[in-house]
Design a protein around this ligand. Structure first.
Ligand code: SF4
Length: 818
């Protein structure tokens, strides 16, 4: 799909334009004739947001069921933000490049509290009034949803409404109400929406404060139901997309993600996610097995992850893994499980993942001692943990990642020391096993049993981290504690916190969730100017009878039940003495056979020439390789695989082309385990390639020939939108040297490009450049153009470069097409 020219112009100026293009595989073409539109926004960069499961489920659901035209937008990085502001160009959606302001609903997923300033920034960049009270009748409705909204109050001033709970149930109803109520005023429409389960319209509630700054009351406007109950979905028959989007850019979860269950049967008293997604619901195994097949066929992914907050609790997990291995093992599939409980059952299921490779295994004991784990509701004994780690070691795992929290309610020095005891106990028995330990400060969250508890002071957190760093015989990674404090401030804040968020944004706060971008001074000033006291929100023990900012929102457990659980937790005294554990043998069942990663040798090699045009010209060389590897997997062709722990489609590629330029001379070589005709290869690859790529030729080459990137050494480029006469070119070429400065690993190096220029001609209103490359001396055509045009008054106009041919130059100087 083509992009708007003004957006193309902008994308040519940013560092990673592929973040903002619109034609990823399995994304939807926008139906511009639809009478209702929704833009789903992720307030972080594309790499973080593109694989967010919640957003993707809603995106496909709305489009496939034709409820509305549904598109996506992600937070622009600072380079794009700067250009948008300079050009006064509004933030746009990916699919149709439409301004966010033109949508009927703009929805944000709020996965963590620290994205608050990014949301404000995206609204501002879209020219949408930041505060809901300032929005006009025809402005889009701003919707929020996501697990950080166990307390939406700090976000209330920016949003028109929220969906609390599962979006798949509530969003279709919201769209239906909006579509059928186009004549209603904004206020009346919101009133109608507030009747849907899980919909919370904050402007219908007023908050009064006591003199000591605590909340006196939260009152619903007359006629508005006083308690908002979160939306709940029955997962048995729930929608799940069969064709997942395959991003061009390397994202944080670049694999097929299938959700096996939602919620968590665990009872951890600190856990916000399990409260938001409560109760535990499972998808039927038959559906999951089918989804794996459909997902692999439509994406070409080489890895599937079975996700849930606690996937080892999924009752058919063993069966699901065995079935997946049996059906798809031949396609060199690897399986990952992101959240395993620290017990031997998890190890039994872990044997089916990643086969002979035994990568890092991750567990989260959270606290060091049995007593403290009882306090937090993570009922797991030291004996059980140690036994599990030893068994993991016996099964071949060499690195264990452990997650702990510090500053937990009732935590003592002994509890911290117990982390050290546990690690040393296991290390003594399991020689060769090493640990990576991550510690994060405990952040109290709304709707959990620990919502009344304060956060540990910055000083004490720092001391605890220093102590663990000193005593632990392992690498210790500490989560940025300043970010945790800010997270606690927003997580437990009330509506007044919006003022500080707004001020921080005005002062330049963006991407606060990224340790290197969090500006502490900015936030201190913002707090000061908004008259808020951090200690009041973060470091105060809240009294039992105090009105909490989120009391009027119901997540399935009453405040009285939560308080009883809180009291039970902090009074846990059981300090089970660690039992004896024995060095374990492998837990593999008797009949388990470790699958062998057999490599079938290729019998044929085919060289494919292809072109790239349109939005895909913005993807990098490595991203393009990934596109073709996955396309080859999807094609059904008998492709050969490499050996090793992570088998890949055996292939090689031509030299890289700069991001942003079209090419008619890209090459890929594919190896096959069976003989096959070139027509069939073209036909099958054409079916599965994303829009913008086109195979133009396929020919058989001997298996032993050098790879295409070694063989070729001259490239031909056509340069348009630039006017230079042949005389000027000849003068340019008549110089003794044409020095180009390249930056390599931070160092400037000079290259004389003159010997690399085979010819440079003015032809057909443009330029034609033949350029040698290889042998460690490669210069980009745009660098030569920049040099040519450095004193030209037209320099700075947008020129277009396209690679038109690649050649092999023989020793006699003749050029051959490979
Ligand atoms: S096991 Fe994990 S997801 Fe479940 S309640 Fe405990 S911390 Fe939350």
């Amino acid at each position: 799909m083509n992009m708007r020219p003004e957006i193309e112009e902008i994308l040519n100026l940013v560092q990673k334009p592929a973040r903002y293009i619109n034609s990823e595989l399995n994304s939807h073409k926008p139906d511009m004739s639809a009478d209702f539109s929704v833009c789903l926004c992720f307030p972080d960069i594309y790499e973080v947001g593109a694989s967010n499961l919640g957003l993707e489920i809603l995106y496909h659901l709305v489009n496939e069921k034709k409820l509305a035209r549904c598109e996506r937008a992600f937070a622009p990085d600072s380079d794009l933000e700067q250009i948008l502001r300079e050009r006064k160009f509004p933030l746009f959606s990916l699919e149709s490049n439409s301004s966010l302001k033109s949508f009927d609903i703009v929805g944000f997923t709020i996965q963590c509290e620290l994205v608050a300033t990014n949301i404000v920034n995206m609204l501002d960049l879209a020219n949408i009034a930041i505060f809901s009270k300032d929005r006009k009748e025809d402005d889009p409705l701003i919707l929020g949803g996501g697990p950080a909204l166990t307390n939406p109050e700090p976000f209330c001033d920016f949003f028109d409404f929220f969906i609390l709970g599962d979006g798949e149930g509530a969003l279709p109803l919201v769209i239906e109400v909006c579509r059928n109520s186009k004549k209603l005023s904004r206020k009346d429409l919101l009133k109608k929406l507030s009747e849907i389960d899980g919909v919370y319209v904050p402007s219908f509630y007023s908050v009064e404060y006591n003199e000591d700054s605590t909340i006196k009351s939260v009152t619903a406007r007359e006629g508005v139901k006083p308690v908002v109950k979160k939306a709940l979905l029955n997962l048995e028959n729930a929608y799940f997309p069969k064709k997942k989007i395959v991003p061009y850019v390397q994202t944080v979860h670049n694999r097929l993600n299938i959700e096996v269950a939602r919620g968590c049967p665990g009872q951890c008293r600190f856990c916000q996610a399990s409260k938001y997604y409560r109760p535990w619901r499972e998808r039927p195994i038959e559906k999951l097995v089918a989804l794996v097949g459909e997902g692999l066929e439509s994406t070409g992914y080489e890895e599937v992850t079975f996700s849930s907050l606690s996937c080892s609790d999924y009752k058919h997990l063993d069966k699901l893994l065995i079935e997946t291995n049996a059906r798809y093992g031949d396609s060199k599939l690897s399986i990952s499980l992101p959240s395993l409980r620290c017990n031997e059952h998890s190890l039994r299921v872990a044997q089916y993942i990643n086969r002979s490779k035994r990568p890092t295994l991750t567990f989260a004991p959270e606290a060091g001692s049995d007593r403290l784990r009882n306090v937090i509701g993570k009922y797991l004994s030291e004996k059980e943990i140690a036994q599990t780690l030893l068994s993991a070691n016996a099964m071949g795992w060499k690195v264990i990642k452990l997650y702990f929290m510090i500053g937990l309610p009732t935590e003592t020095d002994q509890d911290l020391a117990a982390i050290n005891t546990l690690v040393r106990l296991v290390r003594k028995e399991a020689k060769g096993l090493s640990f990576n330990i991550t510690v994060s400060p405990f952040v109290p969250k709304a709707q959990t049993a620990f919502q009344w508890f304060p956060m540990a002071s910055q000083k004490s957190i720092k001391e605890k981290i220093d102590y663990l760093n000193k005593i632990l015989p392992a690498t210790v990674k500490a989560h940025n504690h300043r970010a945790s404090i800010l997270e606690a401030f927003i997580a437990k804040g009330d509506r007044r916190v919006a003022g500080a968020i707004y001020k921080a944004w005005q002062k330049g706060a963006r991407f606060d969730q990224w340790a290197d971008k969090l500006g502490n001074d900015i936030w201190s000033q913002a707090l000061q100017e908004s008259g808020l006291n951090l200690d009041f929100f973060v470091y105060r023990v809240i009294k039992q009878d105090e009105v909490l900012p989120w009391d009027h929102l119901h997540f399935g457990v009453s405040k009285a039940e939560l308080y009883a659980d809180y009291v039970k937790g902090i009074n846990e005294t059981s300090d089970a003495v660690a039992g004896q554990f024995t060095r374990s043998n492998s837990l593999l069942p008797q009949d388990y056979v470790e699958p062998v990663n057999s490599v079938v040798l290729p019998v044929m090699r085919m060289r494919l020439r292809f072109s790239r045009a349109g939005a895909v010209k913005y993807i990098s060389h490595l991203e393009q390789i990934e596109v073709f590897r996955r396309a080859a997997r999807r094609s059904g062709l008998p492709v050969a695989f490499t050996g090793g722990f992570t088998p890949q489609v055996k292939s090689s590629y031509g030299p890289p082309m700069s991001v942003g330029y079209e090419s008619f001379a890209e090459y890929m070589e594919l190896y096959f385990t069976e003989k096959i005709s070139s027509n069939e290869v073209i036909r099958k690859m054409a079916k599965v390639l994303p829009e913008g790529f086109k195979i133009t030729e396929a020919k058989r080459v001997p298996l032993t020939f050098p790879a295409i990137d070694i063989l070729t050494n001259v490239a031909e480029y056509e340069i348009k939108n630039v006017s230079v006469s042949q005389q000027e070119l000849d003068e340019f070429l008549s110089q003794d040297k044409i020095i180009i400065v390249k930056n390599k690993k931070g160092k400037d190096i000079e290259i004389d490009a003159k010997p690399l220029i085979v010819s440079f001609k003015s032809e057909g209103g443009g330029l034609k450049l033949l350029l040698k490359f290889g042998n460690g001396k490669t210069v980009k055509p745009e660098s030569i153009l920049a040099k040519l045009l450095e004193n030209n008054k037209n320099y700075g106009t947008m020129y277009l470069v396209a690679r038109t041919n690649l050649y092999v130059q023989a020793s006699n100087g003749n050029l051959y097409i490979p």
